[in-house]
Unconditional design. Structure first.
Length: 181
């Protein structure tokens, strides 16, 4: 059986001048500059509409083309920017999973203490206040497990998805064309 290639989706971006593509507050050399926030959000929002395994072709339309071909510079800047964002996503995932493991250990320890205390109170459960305290301990122990369960069941998915999108945008085929009058 033949393995199918992931789809290639085209994203087109239009700017007036080349410098509009970059963050003017970034002091680093031109090819390492951050993309303009609006350009970045535009590319990300379009990319997130497609499946995670999609590949991209980015076409940048420039109204005022510079005298020398900006295509290599634009391609390197886009690749660097989204490659860095993919690295940040992996780092954020690693930190989230570390937080999840720590929260899980704390949650299990607290749950165990609450269950032991509730079990001890069972012997004295004839008093209404002690019954209420026992049930509160059980509920509190399970509530302590909320954060680790949130992380391991739901929290990591968006980070992985965004990381894949950033990686694919970082490897996109980039073309620069002048705007036709």
């Amino acid at each position: 059986m033949k393995k199918s290639h992931p789809p290639v989706h085209q994203i087109e971006l239009r700017v007036v001048a080349l410098q509009d593509l970059f963050n003017s507050m970034d002091p680093t050399p031109f090819h390492h500059r951050d993309l303009d926030t609006n350009a970045e959000k535009f590319l990300e929002s379009w990319a997130l509409e497609f499946p995670q395994d999609s590949h991209f072709r980015i076409i940048v339309h420039i109204e005022k083309m510079p005298p020398e071909d900006p295509a290599p510079l634009v391609a390197e800047a886009i690749h660097n920017h989204f490659g860095y964002k993919a690295v940040l996503a992996r780092r954020n995932l690693r930190l989230l999973l570390l937080e999840g493991r720590t929260s899980l250990l704390i949650g299990i320890g607290f749950l165990a203490l609450c269950l032991i205390a509730a079990d001890i109170l069972t012997g004295f459960a004839s008093n209404t206040f002690l019954k209420l305290l026992k049930e509160s301990l059980l509920i509190g122990g399970w509530v302590a497990m909320w954060r680790p369960m949130e992380i391991f069941l739901y929290g990591w998915w968006p980070i992985v998805r965004n990381g894949r999108i950033y990686r694919n945008l970082g490897g996109a085929s980039v073309h620069v064309v002048p705007v036709k009058a």
